[in-house]
Write a protein that binds this ligand. Structure first.
Ligand SMILES: NC(=O)c1ccc[n+]([C@@H]2O[C@H](COP(=O)([O-])OP(=O)(O)OC[C@H]3O[C@@H](n4cnc5c(N)ncnc54)[C@H](OP(=O)(O)O)[C@@H]3O)[C@@H](O)[C@H]2O)c1
Length: 321
């Protein structure tokens, strides 16, 4: 493991944009567990602090030592197809302005959270950070993935020209309790859980799933992702991007089988092949994260999935279990 100096977060003022969101709330919890006092953590909510506005960005960075920039417009494949403009503009403008405001304000460290959606459509598995620029992303992800990838360019350019300590992380698809289950914008795991839950409740004998089931994905439990982000904040100060993942691959078909099994649904799965699969395969090489800051995913996928299902069911219908 590379020996990097450790940034003690306990006496730092930390801005966590998107800190009330799915991943953000877990990052805030990890920071608190590290001993960062609650009053030293600021979470600017979008209703009051719209980070698409440069004036707001300049305001929120004042007096901060560290910024973990998680605020983003995100969604699953359907949302990506419907809102490519918003996904491009919001994600690019928030990041570009916030990083510039942070640089001007003399912030000591800026952690930009990117996405696996920035990788080229066809990337050899496992995806290595060196492969990031070897092609255009899968088209439904491209506006989101490329907007975020520009923030890697910005981070590297700012380090080179201004010595600004910006790092860039690329998390894989996340899942866990607290995920977004809104069918308009949810990712694949919450979307499947909700579909199967609704089918059971309504006594349906089948569920329809988008695509062929042949595409593969990697999933990282949200707690592991939050721990990795805080570890990188403490220990990583280099310009190269770092994958954050669990280092395994599962087809959507197998994932559906697991969800149905864990939820006790034995109805028919109808694959709607007219709907897109998205990127054909996804799995990250996670060696750099392990080597540079000792990040290792701990939560077993089956356990994490069962926890997520349990959380959703308990939240929505205590009678159901
Ligand atoms: N979920 C995943 O599978 C995944 C995978 C890889 C990377 N990521 C990255 O992880 C980060 C967090 O994702 P998430 O899934 O936790 O998303 P999320 O739950 O939707 O959280 C995103 C947060 O961004 C804030 N936000 C959005 N627009 C804003 C604006 N104009 N001004 C200020 N704040 C704004 C929202 O704050 P309010 O609550 O105040 O509205 C929201 O809570 C994102 O950068 C995403 O790209 C996520």
């Amino acid at each position: 493991m590379t020996v990097n100096s450790m940034l003690d977060l306990k006496d730092k003022k930390i801005l966590v944009t998107g800190g009330a969101g799915f991943l953000g709330s877990y990052v805030v919890d990890v920071l608190k567990k590290r001993g960062v006092p609650e009053k030293a953590i600021t979470v600017p909510r979008s209703g009051k602090f719209d980070l698409r506005d440069m004036f707001v960005c300049k305001k929120v960075v004042q007096g901060q030592d560290v910024i973990i920039h998680l605020a983003a417009k995100v969604g699953g494949i359907g949302f990506n197809r419907e809102h490519p403009g918003q996904l491009f503009y919001d994600n690019a403008i928030m990041g570009i302005q916030l990083m510039e405001a942070a640089r001007q304000a003399g912030v000591k460290k800026f952690v930009q959270v990117g996405t696996i959606c920035s990788y080229p459509r066809i990337t050899p598995v496992p995806f290595k950070e060196e492969d990031l620029w070897n092609g255009y992303p899968e088209e439904t992800n491209a506006p989101y993935g490329l907007a975020k990838k520009m923030l890697l360019v910005q981070a590297q350019a700012y380090r080179q020209e201004y010595g600004f300590n910006a790092i860039y992380l690329l998390p894989v698809n996340l899942y866990g309790p607290g995920d977004n289950f809104d069918p308009q914008s949810s990712h694949v795991i919450p979307a499947l859980i909700k579909k199967v839950y609704d089918a059971k409740k309504e006594g349906k004998k089948s569920v329809e799933i988008w695509g062929t089931g042949k595409a593969s994905r990697e999933f990282l439990y949200v707690e592991d992702a939050a721990e990795a982000i805080v570890l990188a904040t403490e220990k990583y100060d280099e310009s190269e991007p770092v994958n954050i993942g669990a280092g395994f691959e599962i087809t959507i078909g197998k994932l559906v089988e697991k969800v149905c099994k864990f939820m006790g649904f034995d109805g028919e799965i109808r694959w709607n092949r007219l709907k897109p699969d998205g990127q054909p395969r996804r799995m990250l090489d996670v060696n750099r994260a392990k080597h540079e800051f000792g990040s290792i995913a701990k939560v077993d996928f089956d356990k994490g999935l069962q926890q997520t299902i349990k959380w959703y069911i308990e939240k929505h219908d205590k009678q159901y279990i």
